[in-house]
Ligand binder design. Structure first.
Ligand code: FES
Length: 133
């Protein structure tokens, strides 16, 4: 049997650990998904895209228009599951398997895919690009 004083001590220790891991972990969870850091805006500008993994699957972040907006999509083709590739020069995703094309927003531009790529919410914090999944 655990005495009351020890139980309070264990509870305080567990709470402290939870607060520390929540504040300093690489990813955070707030019950509404996790936020994943996929790189910096400088990396995005240099490479043309950022890739990462979220608890809900892979993510590719690309520029969306000329106004500095960005989009985060799951690059798994909705036709048959191949990984679409970002074509920076054309500003669209192209599937290497059967040629489907998607806009930076994930919207279908050309079949055989009929469903848009799933998207994630993004946030730029300082220079870091965060994806919420
Ligand atoms: S798997 Fe992408 S077009 Fe078929």
């Amino acid at each position: 049997m655990v005495k009351r004083r020890k139980l309070i001590s264990y509870t305080a220790f567990s709470t402290a650990i939870a607060v520390i891991t929540g504040c300093f972990g690489g990813n955070s969870s707030n019950g509404q998904g996790q936020t994943v850091n996929v790189g910096t805006m400088a990396d995005l500008k240099a490479k043309g895209e950022l890739k990462g993994n979220t608890p809900k699957g892979p993510v590719t972040v690309v520029p969306n228009g000329s106004g500095g907006q960005i989009s985060a999509v799951n690059p798994t083709c909705t036709h048959n599951g191949c990984q679409v590739e970002w074509k920076k020069a054309n500003g669209k995703f192209v599937c290497p398997c059967h040629g489907a094309e998607f806009a930076a927003t994930g919207k279908v531009l050309k079949g055989p895919a009929t469903r848009n790529l799933p998207t994630y919410a993004t946030q730029v914090s300082g220079n870091n690009v965060l994806v919420k999944a």
